[in-house]
Design a protein around this ligand. Structure first.
Ligand SMILES: *Cc1c(COP(=O)(O)O)cnc(C)c1O
Ligand code: SF4
Length: 325
């Protein structure tokens, strides 16, 4: 089959941090070769083109650079802080909360976010091998308490149309599943991926679709994203957003208020603001809990309630995300 435009763009993503820094005219940032080997740098052009030239502190740039800070090893930061490895009844399916399951569709992403809590996730052994969804579907058929399937990863929208629509059709065959949720950064990072074919697969079954985006800063949203987000909404896909609270990137009330305002302008409702998960190599992004609570209080004074995300933390073994403050 002919390669689609978005697939070519995905392959062309910048894979070297020094090339990107050179293009941006930025010098003197200490990068870690080791970090870049264990979790390689990657960014699609849809995201990198929104980075400000010559600004070493750009909030988008800071999300993707493998800094030498990552080499610092703290005992509190582990490879699997959420014990996800233990919550997989079958490979590729995480079932932690009542009524909903999370399916790891792929390990691939259009961007590698350095703070990612799945950066050490053993995708190779926790993936439905070779498109074999039978064990996942058997599990879902048996558990009639599950009404929502979340497609996650990695990023589920990096897989081909055929693979994705095949999976969605299988899920739609299970009568007690009502909702199909997509967790994706692709509409923002690789907007070209939101094709009519994709929209047809997301909305073409009896399942009610809903998409949770992942945007951390208002600069990630521009006119191109506005178009694809509005298009998804016109197709009946409600859009929510989750962010991670990140030191030096969005840990200020003004930044978060601007993000909420812009999301809403584009039709997206703020959903969660996550405290950073203590995964190995991310300690330089950590915001103190007291500071996070203070920011949220100020946010409440500035914005209407529907523009305020819920500040949450994930705790291994808990029955839901836990509200903070
Ligand atoms: C976060 C998460 C969900 C979704 O939780 P909601 O509160 O419904 O958004 C589901 N399953 C797993 C394993 C998760 O980590
Ligand atoms: S897109 Fe999501 S899964 Fe992929 S690296 Fe970023 S946070 Fe992690």
């Amino acid at each position: 089959m002919q390669q689609q435009k978005w697939q070519t763009l995905l392959q062309k993503s910048v894979k070297s941090p020094s090339t990107l820094l050179e293009d941006l005219g930025i010098e003197g940032i200490a990068l870690s070769e080791m970090a870049n080997r264990t979790f390689p740098f990657r960014v699609a052009e849809g995201f990198s083109r929104r980075i400000e030239k010559g600004n070493p502190d750009d909030p988008l740039l800071r999300q993707i650079l493998p800094l030498s800070d990552e080499d610092q090893d703290y005992p509190a930061y582990s490879r699997d802080p959420l014990a996800e490895h233990a919550s997989q009844p079958v490979p590729g399916l995480l079932h932690k909360y009542k009524g909903r399951v999370l399916v790891i569709v792929t390990g691939a992403c259009a961007i590698h976010c350095r703070y990612c809590f799945r950066r050490h996730f053993p995708y190779a052994e926790s993936n439905a091998a070779n498109n074999n969804w039978a064990p996942v579907m058997q599990y879902l058929e048996k558990d009639t308490t599950v009404s929502e399937v979340i497609l996650s990863g990695g990023d589920p929208l990096t897989v081909s149309d055929d693979r994705l629509s095949g999976l969605i059709k299988l899920v739609a065959e299970i009568p007690h599943i009502k909702r199909l949720r997509i967790h994706s950064r692709v509409p923002v990072v690789l907007p070209e991926r939101i094709t009519d074919t994709l929209l047809r697969s997301l909305t073409g079954t009896r399942l009610q679709p809903v998409m949770v985006l992942h945007v951390n800063h208002a600069n990630e949203l521009d006119a191109t994203t506005a178009l694809v987000l509005k298009k998804m909404i016109r197709h009946g896909i409600p859009l929510l957003n989750q962010s991670v609270l990140l030191k030096g990137i969005n840990d200020s009330v003004d930044t978060l208020a601007a993000l909420s305002e812009k999301l809403f302008e584009f039709g997206v409702i703020p959903y969660y603001l996550h405290m950073l998960d203590p995964v190995k190599g991310v300690s330089h992004y950590q915001v103190e809990e007291s500071r996070a609570i203070q920011i949220m209080q100020q946010l409440h004074e500035m914005l209407p309630g529907y523009l305020i995300p819920r500040l949450v933390r994930e705790i291994a073994g808990a029955a839901s995300k836990i509200s903070v403050g």
